[in-house]
Design a protein around this ligand. Structure first.
Ligand SMILES: Nc1nc2c(ncn2[C@@H]2O[C@H](COP(=O)(O)OP(=O)(O)OP(=O)(O)O)[C@@H](O)[C@H]2O)c(=O)[nH]1
Ligand SMILES: [Mg+2]
Length: 444
């Protein structure tokens, strides 16, 4: 298949097959199973997060319910009594949806809907809805579309009510469409979806290849990638470092595609910095798979700037969750600098405690532009592997002093009888300049 043909296919996906979701308000109950060993605090925080996700997806939450169980029920996730009770309460409250804070199996979702006559969606569907709403670039739209189709495939029977029949996008609306649909129709749809999945995967492969080429072209540049939990302030920092004007919003998953810009380091060495999609705990695996092209940006980096919202009491949890996702994409071995953002929201005492608690971290406020200099210095230190040396230069090499001023930092300069004594910090790449004159390595 020629490349041109692929590009044509890729163009076809817009705008006919992409449907903006209507911003209609929906209402729901949230329900979760609390397992025996679950930590109470974590469970509450997880439900809070689900509520925030629902809010971002445009769904108002009218109530929260939990059931204590050892394991979710295999056929219906919750127990019978709980579901009977909740369906009555939903009716009374006028809640249209039940949101389950987990990924339901196709059977579980179908059974809940059929037996209790309530419309149920899971955490993955809510996240997919947000991604769908926020996808703006072709890259993001293709990736979201792929994740949606892969999610739909095993769930066709049930999703007939939720997904738009012709276009196949996630919708938490409708319901009557499922009536009278035959098995044959489902088979036809499955085939159509598989064809679409293949088509989109090809288009995404093409983007991945393009990105690969771009990356190769930037091979001489050091690559820095911003990673972090959604809403940590990645785009804000990206903007303050590069003046790029990337969308910053107080909502989850504001950024879905990856944007790269040149970053000027004081040493003049070329560097490229990329902003990327936010992480979240239990990021649906379909999304991780579809967003491969975007996440590759992190896998390929020389340095990860891991941004965490230090004003959020759950910072430790976020750091762990982001590291989990990094591990799942094979980026756990890349050097990481932890950036404690939003430090304007905590007092100085707390700031000191946090910097001590997280070794190799730097506290900043991306919004107020504080700590940026220190951050850049640390970035340079790591990237350039800057080392400090004691050097004794013969007077015949006086010209080298000004050269060293250009490429590094001269901490002390002492003109004595035996020559010029210097303490310099320079990038490893420039070490050859002084190799012959090194007296001691001040640190390494
Ligand atoms: N107080 C304070 N707010 C900040 C700071 N940095 C970012 N914010 C706010 O935090 C919110 C999220 O910022 P973004 O930069 O969009 O976060 P992000 O990590 O790119 O989020 P996603 O793209 O959704 O993953 C916005 O409302 C910002 O204004 C900061 O240093 N201090
Ligand atoms: Mg962002």
């Amino acid at each position: 298949m020629t490349q041109e043909y692929l590009i044509e296919e890729y163009d076809e996906l817009e705008p006919e097959e992409w449907e903006e979701l209507e911003n209609e308000e929906d209402s729901a109950f949230i329900a979760a199973v609390i397992r025996q060993n679950d930590n109470a605090e974590d469970s509450i925080a997880s439900l809070d997060e689900m509520e925030r996700l629902a809010d971002t997806a445009g769904i108002a939450i009218l109530g929260r319910y939990t059931q204590k169980r050892n394991q979710p029920e295999r056929s219906s996730y919750f127990g019978k009594g709980f579901l009977e009770d909740i369906s009555t309460k939903m009716l009374q409250a006028g809640a249209r949806l039940l949101i389950v804070n987990d990924e339901l199996s196709p059977i579980q979702a179908r059974n809940i809907e059929k037996t209790y006559h309530i419309k149920v969606i899971d955490r993955t569907e809510v996240i997919l809805t947000i991604f769908h709403k926020h996808a703006k670039t072709k890259e993001a739209k293709l990736q979201v579309k792929l994740a949606e189709l892969q999610y739909q495939l095993p769930r066709l029977k049930r999703l007939w009510g939720h997904f738009d029949k012709e276009r196949g996008s996630v919708r938490a609306t409708g319901g009557s469409a499922s009536r009278g649909m035959g098995e044959k129709q489902i088979e036809i749809d499955k085939r159509l979806i598989r064809v679409q999945i293949r088509k989109i995967s090809k288009a995404i492969d093409q983007i991945t290849q393009q990105k690969e080429t771009q990356r190769k072209q930037r091979e001489n540049s050091k690559k820095i990638c911003l990673v972090g939990y959604t809403n940590a302030g990645k785009s804000t920092l990206f903007n303050s470092l590069t003046d790029a004007g990337v969308l910053v919003e107080d909502r989850l998953f504001a950024t879905l595609d990856s944007t790269s810009r040149q970053l000027k380091l004081s040493t003049g060495a070329p560097a490229v910095i990329s902003d990327t999609v936010g992480f979240i705990s239990h990021l649906p695996h379909h999304l991780v798979a579809s967003f491969r092209a975007t996440l590759m940006e992190a896998v390929d980096a020389d340095l990860l700037l891991h941004i965490v919202d230090i004003a959020d009491p759950r910072h430790e949890y976020y750091v762990t969750q982001v590291n989990e996702v990094l591990k799942s994409i094979g980026a756990e071995g890349i050097p990481q600098l932890l950036v404690l953002n939003k430090s304007d929201l905590i007092d100085d005492r707390m700031k000191t405690i946090m910097e001590r608690f997280y070794k190799d971290s730097v506290a900043i406020s991306a919004a107020q532009n504080t700590g940026i200099e220190e951050l850049l210095a640390k970035i340079e230190e790591i990237l350039m592997d800057n080392r400090s040396y004691s050097v004794l230069l013969p007077y015949a090499q006086t010209a080298l002093v000004s050269r060293l001023h250009d490429v590094g930092i001269i901490e002390s300069e002492d003109y004595r009888d035996d020559g010029i004594h210097l303490k310099v910090i320079i990038p490893a790449t420039d070490k050859h300049l002084i190799e012959k004159y090194i007296v001691t390595k001040a640190n390494s």
